[in-house]
Ligand binder design. Structure first.
Ligand code: HEM
Length: 505
């Protein structure tokens, strides 16, 4: 009798809570526009029977239909507010107490609570520890790695000279993987020379599996997904393989450093200190650091290294690939970059060994990269759960609400970017007059959770593009056609980047 009474009490409480939440949500929704939700399955109908790129197009389409700030309601009381107006983007990005939204949960089995996903004190401490890895003295050394790895890519591309169209995306992925492994772990996986390498295969497989999870009907229930979906089982297997590899690298590097007696080095590096360690990798830094007198555990280190492996190669690959796409379609812009290369590096640009200082001079190339990341931001949206109540659109939104910032849509605001679909690098020239405010262009996000690797990314992107264009003229392949994109947390072309190349004299 007592058990039944408790069960009924709990049920009544749950129902009361459900309807109270729903009432509050309806009130908030009345201050926003957006697609009308079904009482039970919200806006899921809008996504039904869409192919993978179609899912992304649907979200972008909401904004075309309803405007910058919209309310969506998917599945029961699970809601998302999408904001793209500069005013509301600022409120969300700069909120004092925020966590990452549930959309990052897909990454947790692989990345744990690394810098991208962690919150609060853990995030603050890690960000402080990791920031010196991107000191320019360290980046100077990384440029030599990018230069070396891009040379391998250029060599591998030779077989396509004067040939049929081929997909450039895969070549860029392997180059970026080699670069991130060497700069973050100090380990050469030789992805470009041996694409069958198990770790390389596992990272690539993982990207595909994460994409499949985000578009699955079970995407809102990660635990259930991993338990009953065949791809969830595959993901567990791949995650294990990835962790095994990172663990073994950490163990062996820890041993080497112990032998070399390097572990005394303090993480708070001053200028000279950095100078003496410019060949230090991200992993070395983590192995040497002490927090409250204790070194980081192998598990702590693994989640940070894995985070860099994910954030540090898929994003730059996407960034470079979309520039290649634009240059294939816009030959005069490609030639202007070639002229800039020759004017800075001279006629021997093909074999020139690039330095950090050289890369600072490529102003036009930088404008091209920026404009390409405007139209195709490698991270096309970010998500937050705000932990304080927030005033927005004349209503109070309760703490705990999830927000999505579709950067892809923010970057297409016609008031800031007239004729927004047109590719025009001059929008970013030093003399251009622009209405761009700090929240109108955010490929690397903004505020304290902005991208820690943005300078690294720009250096890698510039190095690759300089070497590529010095050596080859890139032409559009027959099937380049109208590009469709798909996304998990990284934006990718749906069918690669089909191009042709001819050798430059
Ligand atoms: C073109 C390339 C890149 C783009 C467009 C990009 C973009 C972003 C964006 C938008 C965020 C914010 C994510 C959020 O708020 O949820 C972010 C965070 C982050 N990025 Fe990047 N990223 C790039 C390359 C890199 C590289 C090369 C690395 C490392 C080597 C890196 C490491 C990180 C990390 C660790 C975070 C989390 C920072 C924190 O929360 O403190 N990124 N990135």
């Amino acid at each position: 009798m007592l058990v039944e009474a408790v069960a009924i009490g709990l049920l009544v409480y749950q129902l009361f809570f459900y309807f109270a939440t729903r009432k509050q949500l309806k009130l908030v929704a009345s201050h926003f526009v957006g697609p009308k939700p079904h009482p039970l399955w919200g806006n899921l109908g809008e996504f039904f029977q869409k192919d993978i790129p179609g899912l992304f197009e649907t979200v972008v389409g909401f904004h075309e239909r309803y405007g910058p700030d919209i309310f969506t309601w998917s599945l029961f009381n699970m809601t998302m507010i999408n904001v793209t107006s500069a005013e509301n983007v600022e409120k969300v990005i700069m909120a004092k107490h925020a966590q990452k939204s549930f959309i990052y949960d897909f990454l947790k089995p692989w990345l744990g609570e690394g810098l991208l996903i962690s919150n609060g004190e853990k995030w603050f401490q890690r960000r402080r520890i990791i920031t010196p890895t991107f000191h320019f003295k360290v980046l100077e050394h990384f440029v030599t790695v990018f230069d070396k790895e891009t040379n391998v890519m250029v060599e591998n591309l030779k077989k396509h000279v004067d040939g049929k169209e081929f997909d450039m995306y895969d070549y860029i992925t392997l180059m970026a993987l080699d670069s991130i492994c060497e700069t973050s772990m100090g380990t050469a996986v030789n992805a470009q020379k041996d694409p069958t390498n198990k770790y390389v295969q596992s990272v690539k497989r993982m990207s595909v599996l994460i994409l499949l999870q985000t578009v699955s009907m079970l995407s809102g229930f990660p635990f259930l997904y991993s338990l009953i979906h065949p791809n969830g089982w595959k993901q567990r297997k791949v995650t294990k393989a990835l962790h095994r590899f990172t663990d073994s690298i950490i163990k062996s590097r820890r041993k080497t450093l112990e032998n070399e007696k390097l572990r005394q080095i303090d993480s708070n590096r001053d200028e000279d200190n950095v100078n003496s360690k410019k060949k230090m990798t991200f992993l070395d830094l983590l192995l040497n650091v002490h927090v409250e007198g204790k070194p980081l555990s192998d598990l702590d280190i693994r989640e940070e290294v894995d985070t860099f492996m994910f954030e540090g190669h898929d994003t730059t690959t996407s960034g470079i690939a979309f520039v290649v796409y634009q240059l294939a379609l816009n030959q005069p812009i490609q030639e202007r970059i070639y002229d800039e290369i020759v004017s800075i590096l001279g006629k021997n640009s093909k074999s020139y060994v690039l330095t950090y200082q050289d890369l600072q001079e490529f102003r036009y190339l930088e404008a091209v990269i920026k404009e390409s990341m405007r139209l195709f931001p490698p991270v096309p949206f970010i998500g937050r759960k705000l932990m304080d109540d927030l005033e927005m659109n004349g209503t109070t939104i309760k703490a705990g609400q999830d927000f999505l910032i579709p950067i892809y849509v923010v970057h297409r605001n016609p008031k800031v970017y007239p004729d927004p679909e047109r590719f025009d690098p001059d929008r970013f020239s030093e003399t251009a007059e622009s209405k761009r405010g700090p929240y109108d262009y955010i490929p690397f996000s903004a505020g304290s959770r902005n991208c820690i690797g943005q300078r690294y990314a720009l250096l890698e992107m510039k190095t690759t593009l300089i070497k590529l264009i010095s050596n080859y003229k890139i032409l559009p392949g027959e099937s380049l056609g109208k590009l469709r994109v798909k996304t998990d947390l990284v934006l990718r072309p749906d069918k690669g980047i089909p191009v042709k190349i001819i050798a430059r004299a």
